[in-house]
Design a protein around this ligand. Structure first.
Ligand SMILES: Cc1ncc(COP(=O)(O)O)c(C=O)c1O
Length: 396
């Protein structure tokens, strides 16, 4: 079902996902159709096809499909919203120290341009309850807080943040809330209507296993008039009246490959068929495996599990004994942690290890997707016993 290299123990679904063969085949069919007659495809066939995909996605994430637009990834979703905010000098943009570096950079860029300020709430890790997140974030709100960017599932620490309580608490204080759900769709059940955030962006190329470049932005109707795409194109002066300007502008931002999005229904169906209970069972089983992996690794590293079980989805991060941090392990950050390289080169295990400035810690983060087995994490534990100085299994 998967195209992953069998020679590698792949424990990093979190970074870029992985795409099943059936989904890649569907993408190839769409590409063939496009290239058979590009004008027919783009001018006549694409719009109804994208409408159908949007309807399917709306049902999956729990919202009106008219409130969804396609973006290539969550980074683009975040940038799109930030670029449309009309910030004033002195405004504060709030985020947390569990945020994703690229998106925190986007916040800093938007703040710089308006002489506004980024405020980073320090959220503890390890932590004993989700309330610690709510307290830290709401405690950082001031009369100047205009906007908050909150991760649904955090990248460095793999935590499910209490986004419902945060959204309610922030909105009650007059703060506009964007949820960065890069890891949300396919890892946890979504009901965007009930969540009620001002904007939600999500990736489908991570836990829905769509081809790379399939993201979305959820924009409630009341927010649509004020939001413009990052790329201004034909829609800006379109005279159509059958669709909103919002729809027309976001649906065409220049010639691009729409096949990642067109393949989303196939991705949804393929993962759904992995388990008799469909998506709910896929999510539960991934979560159960992540918890099992976390317990096993914590024992072998001689560390305590750093967060309560209810904050765990399909990712689990653990602090590594020994605080010396290598370079970051994210694209554009200037290389990989030496331990991550050793695990890959000596043990053929792909797993992220990185310095997390938040708590001055060095973390290892495992992911659990349907192709992973308990034995994968046992291999990692044995490899860490050899490679991670100071770990319990290394000493014992
Ligand atoms: C919380 C969070 N936001 C944003 C992103 C960026 O995703 P993309 O590179 O698809 O834009 C990631 C990627 O892992 C993430 O974890």
């Amino acid at each position: 079902m998967w195209t992953l290299d069998p020679a590698i123990t792949f424990l990093n679904h979190g970074s870029f996902g992985a795409c099943p063969t059936a989904v890649l085949e569907e993408q190839s069919r769409w590409r063939a159709r496009l290239e058979a007659e590009p004008v027919r495809f783009f001018m006549r066939e694409l719009e109804p096809a994208m409408d159908a995909v949007r309807t399917r996605l709306g049902a999956f994430v729990g919202c009106d499909p008219e409130e969804l637009v396609w973006v290539s990834n969550a980074t683009t979703g975040v940038n799109t919203v930030l670029r449309s905010l009309r910030l004033k000098p002195g405004d504060e943009l709030l985020t947390t120290d569990h945020g994703y570096n690229a998106c925190t950079n986007a916040l800093a860029f938007a703040a710089d341009q308006a002489q506004a300020k980024v405020v980073v709430a320090a959220v503890p890790f390890p932590l004993a309850s989700a309330d610690e997140v709510t307290r830290a974030v709401l405690g950082a709100v001031t009369p100047h807080t205009r906007f908050a960017l909150i991760d649904h599932i955090t990248s460095p620490t793999g935590l499910i943040f209490p986004v419902e309580a945060l959204t309610r608490g922030l909105q009650a204080r007059g703060v506009e809330v964007m949820i960065d759900g890069a890891h949300g769709p396919g890892m946890v059940p979504l009901d965007l209507r009930a969540l009620g955030a001002d904007w939600y962006t999500g990736n489908l190329h991570k836990w829905v296993c769509a081809p790379k470049g399939a993201g979305f932005l959820h924009v409630p109707r009341a927010r649509q008039a004020a939001l413009r795409p990052l790329v201004i194109s034909h829609g800006a002066n379109a005279t159509r009246t059958d669709r909103s300007r919002f729809r027309v502008e976001f649906d065409w931002t220049g010639t691009a490959d729409p096949t990642p999005w067109l393949s989303v229904p196939q991705a949804l169906a393929t993962l759904e068929q992995c388990e008799p209970g469909g998506w709910p069972e896929v999510m539960e089983k991934n979560r159960a495996l992540a918890l099992e992996a976390r317990a096993l690794l914590a024992r072998s590293l001689g560390v305590k599990v750093p967060a309560p079980e209810e904050m765990i989805g399909a990712l689990a991060a653990l602090p590594l004994p020994g605080r010396e941090a290598g370079p970051g392990a994210l694209p554009g950050s200037g290389g990989l942690d030496p331990l991550q390289n050793r695990l890959f080169e000596e043990h053929q295990i792909e797993v992220p290890v990185f310095a997390w400035p938040g708590g001055g810690q060095r973390l290892i983060r495992v992911a659990a997707q349907r192709y992973n087995r308990r034995a994968d994490y046992e291999r990692l534990a044995r490899a860490l016993g050899k490679e991670a100085p100071g770990s319990a299994s290394n000493q014992g």
